[in-house]
Design a protein around this ligand. Structure first.
Ligand SMILES: NC(=O)c1ccc[n+]([C@@H]2O[C@H](COP(=O)([O-])OP(=O)(O)OC[C@H]3O[C@@H](n4cnc5c(N)ncnc54)[C@H](O)[C@@H]3O)[C@@H](O)[C@H]2O)c1
Length: 399
């Protein structure tokens, strides 16, 4: 069996490599020639534990070859980005252009799968695009949607062991896709239809977003009421049927901070809580920035000099180097541009950055008058609160 993956990023490359490790003849296509060259040398261009070993092995044994152009195959997978546009609408232009690139190579009996996170009805739309260009393929190829739900840092394990949801445009397509994934997925492969599978992926991330928004809203209420939110949540969670998540400085990353908008933009009347959750989590980042900026003003009025502020963490969650949609990065940028202060930027997982001058965390903490804890990195959790400083524990380093 030969499978062709369009897109070799955080999801496409590990999936292609794991499929190749399980005996599938894999062609990985990426429009970025540097990505293709790196992979063909047996190396990787993203940070992900164990991936380097798997890629090296499958490139050396010839099961994975990277190319810049597609060719004929038995199975085609679309794993390209789906960001949102200015108006929060999903941008499916990458999915469309990757599909257009493979249309000339489709043959009867082929299986075409979209893995990119997509708004509801995208698979049907892409099927129409294919059949418009190649009407003779109608009812002759199989088309399915199968979203990814891996956690960065644990991708190789989760790719093989997580359950997956598969939604074909018809039953035969779902079954064909299920057979394909059985080659390398040990988790259960649940069959549904394309719309449900698309909505399922968006629902998973919206569910997380709504639950985090609840915790973030509590943290803002607790600050007003002078209640320790960490203690409160800990106590509330003693209830056998309550499980509140932890608040933070907002919600970031390319999934939870993005995907709920795909529901909101398509169902604006119906998606009330999902929209409010997104707004609440975005507001939390502004609330944190406002707190620190206000503290800087008060410091200057009291001490007649600008404070030194340490912004502790830039990434969108603990112990990673990924800054996509990061609330910590947003808060830091706002403090730099709006506060009258000397700002020290800390991110232990990054050595250098094109915009920020990264400072060692011990040095920044020592020098700072005001400390904003933005990400709960492991390097931060052994600090002892210094009463001589003003500290904002937005992410629970002292909980
Ligand atoms: N990263 C995650 O943890 C994660 C988890 C679940 C779902 N997803 C979804 O998976 C999809 C892919 O995400 P990612 O994180 O792998 O993205 P990514 O940006 O890391 O990689 C996408 C790759 O596709 C390539 N590409 C773009 N257009 C192309 C085209 N027309 N033909 C061939 N290659 C093309 C890019 O050069 C890039 O290398 C997105 O829809 C994302 O929402 C991601």
């Amino acid at each position: 069996m030969k499978a062709l993956f369009m897109g070799l990023g955080y999801i496409g490359l590990p999936t292609a490599a794991v499929a190749a490790k399980n005996g599938i003849d894999v062609i990985g296509v990426d429009i970025n020639p540097d990505v293709v060259d790196t992979i063909n040398r047996g190396e990787i261009h993203i940070v992900e534990p164990l991936l380097d070993k798997v890629v090296k092995e499958v490139v050396e044994n010839g099961n994975l070859k990277a190319k810049t152009k597609p060719e004929e195959a038995d199975v085609f997978l679309i794993v390209v980005p789906t960001p949102f546009k200015q108006n929060h609408r999903a941008d499916i232009s990458y999915v469309e252009s990757a599909t257009k690139a493979v249309i000339p190579f489709l043959r009867p009996g082929n299986l075409f799968i979209i893995e990119s996170t997509s708004p509801v009805m995208t698979t049907e739309k892409i099927a129409r695009l294919i059949f418009k260009a190649r009407p003779e393929l109608k009812n002759k190829i199989y088309i399915a949607y199968c979203p990814e739900r891996v956690l960065s840092g644990n991708v190789i394990y989760e790719l093989e062991n997580n359950d997956r949801v598969i939604g074909g445009i018809n039953e035969e397509s779902s079954k064909k896709a299920q057979e394909f994934y059985k080659h390398f997925v040990k988790g259960q492969l649940h069959i549904s239809n394309a719309r449900t599978a698309e909505m399922c992926k968006l629902t998973e991330n919206s569910s997380r977003d709504v639950q985090i928004a609840f915790a973030n809203e509590l943290s803002i209420i607790c600050e007003k009421a002078a209640i320790n939110v960490w203690e409160l949540i800990d106590l509330a969670n003693k209830h056998p049927r309550v499980n509140i998540l932890q608040p933070g400085s907002g919600v970031g990353g390319h999934c939870i901070a993005v995907d709920p908008w795909f529901i909101v933009s398509d169902f604006p009347e119906q998606a009330q809580i999902i929209k409010r959750a997104r707004e609440t989590n975005d507001y939390k980042a502004d609330w944190c920035a406002n707190k620190v900026i206000e503290a800087c003003n008060q410091f200057e009025a009291k001490h007649n000099r600008e404070p030194i502020v340490a912004c502790m963490g830039l990434s969108f969650k603990p112990d990673i180097d990924d800054l996509r949609e990061s609330p910590a990065k947003y808060i830091t940028s706002r403090i730099i541009s709006e506060a009258r202060a000397q700002v020290l930027v800390v991110e232990p997982n990054i050595k250098t950055h094109k915009t920020f001058n990264i400072v060692d965390h011990n040095e920044a903490y020592k020098k700072a008058d005001i400390v904003a804890w933005l990400v709960r990195h492991k390097q931060f959790i052994n600090y002892k609160e210094d009463k001589g400083k003003e500290e904002f524990d937005f992410c629970g380093v002292y909980k």
